[in-house]
Design a protein around this ligand. Sequence first.
Ligand code: NAD
Length: 488
Amino acid sequence: MESFKLYIDGRFDAGSATFDSINPASGEPWAQVAEARAQDVDRAVAAAHRAFQGAEWRDMTAGARGKLLLRLADLLEQHAPELARLETLDTGKIIRETQAQIAYVAEYYRYYAGLADKMEGSVLAIDKADMETWVRREPIGVVAAIVPWNSQLFLAAVKIGPAIAAGCTLVVKAAETAPAPLLAFARLIDEAGFPRGVCNVITGFAAECGAVLTAHPQVDHIAFTGGAETAKHIVRGSAENLASTSLELGGKSPFIVFDDADLTSAANAQVAAIFAASGQSCVAGSRLLVAESIKDTFLARLTEKVRSIRIGPPDRPDTQFGPLCTRQQQERIAAIVSRSLEQGAKLVIGHAAIDSPGFYYPPTIVDCSAQPDAECVKQELFGPVLSVLTFRDEAEAIQLANDSAYGLAAGIFTQNLTRAHRVTRRLRVGVVWLNTYRAVSPLAPFGGYGQSGFGREGGIDAALEYTTSKTVWLRTSDDPIDDPFVMR
Ligand code: NAD
C-alpha cells in the first residue's frame, strides 16, 4: 500500500486517523490516507490565518508570488507522469486523459503567475477638488478550496492559481473518494518554497472535515466545486461566518444537432462530450437534442462509434473508456437507467453488466423522445449515459435546452451562422461550444447559471473573486477643516 499525508503549516502531517483509498479498476484498497478530523482542520485554517497575517507573506511582492506559481508549474511538469499514474490509480480515469490534463494544468499556474502583478487598483476622477481618492485591490483572506475527485489537480489549480496571485492563503480540501493526487501535489507546493501555512492540503469526510472547514470562523471565502446538494450545505455553513462563496456545480448540458450539421464531427464531438472520462465530467453533454428528421441517421452513427469504444483497464495507453470512480455511482446510475426504462424510455445501446472486477458501467444511450420527463433526462447522472430527445424547429430546440434546473454548458452543431448566434443568445448557460465541445483555456471564464452555481473560474475575473477593494480618501487641502457638520 502507498501512503499519503496531509500538508499543514509546511509539514507533512499524519492527521488524526487514516482511511483506505480504493482503486476503482479492481475494487481493492491501494493506498492509506491520513484523515483530517475537526482538530486537524482547525490547525490547517489557523496556519493559513497566521500565514495571511504574517509579515513574510504580506510583504512578498506580487511579482515574487508569481514566481512561486511559475516554479510550481515547472515542478508539476517534471512530476506529471507520476501524478497521472496516481490519478489513474485513485480515480479510474484513463491514463491518456490524466496525462493530457496535467500537461495543461501547468498552463493555468503560468497564466495566474503572469496575472499576479497586474491586478491593479484605480484612481477615481472624484467630484471634489480637495480630494485624492483611489481604490486598492486587496486579497480577500483565507480561502477554503473544496474540490471533487474528478479532475482534482485541474480544479485545485483554478483556485490556487488566482488565490495566490491575489495574495490569499488557502486550505485545499481533496475529496475523500480519491485524495492521493492532490496530497502528492502538496509535495510540490513544499518543494516550490511557499512560506509555511500559505497553501495547506487536507482531506477527510464531508460530515466532519468538510463541515468544520466550511463553517470555520477564520475562513473568508469558500471556492467550491462539486454537486448542487453539497453546495447548499456549504452555503448554509458559510452563513455562520458570512464568508463569500463561489460555486462550480453540476450540469445536464444539452448537445444540439440541427439538420444541417456536419454529422461526422457532431457524432465524434457527442461521443467525446458524454463518454470521455466515462461521463464523469461536469460539462458532460448528457442530453442530445437532435432534429427529428435526422434522428435515425445520427443515432446510427453514434451507436456504431459506441460499439468501437475500447473499454479496459485505465492504466493501459490504448484504453478509451475506464471504470466509474465508486461502486455507489455504478449502482446509482444503473438504477436510474432501469427506472427510466420502466418509465417508457427505450434503450439504444449499453446498460449491460461488464464482466470485470472494478466499477465498470458501459457507454449507454437511451431514447427518451417519447418520454421527455424520464428520470435520466432530468437528473445529473455524472456517468456515461446519453438521453436523446428530438425537436421539430429552432424554437423547440431552445425550449428543450433551457428546460433544466442546471445551466453549465451547451454544444450547438449547425452550419448556419445566423442560427448559431440566435440560439447562443437564448441559452441560459455559462459556456457555449459552437461546432466543437469541451474546449478549455486559462484565459476563458467558466461557470454556470441556476443550479450550476455562480462565480467564474478561469480568466482575469476569476482572480478578482479572490480580492476585495479598499477605497482610500486623502484630503489634499492644507486649509483647516472648519464646520464639522458639513458633509465632505
Ligand atoms: P461532491 O459534491 O459529493 O463532493 C465535492 C467535495 O465536497 C468533496 O471534497 C466532498 O468531501 C466535499 N463535501 C461534501 N459534503 C460536504 C459538506 N457538507 N461540507 C463541506 N464539504 C463537503 O461531488 P463529487 O461526487 O466529488 O463530484 C461530482 C460533482 O461535482 C458533480 O455534480 C459534478 O458535476 C461536479 N463538478 C463540477 C465542476 C464544475 O466546474 N462546474 C467540475 C467537476 C465536477
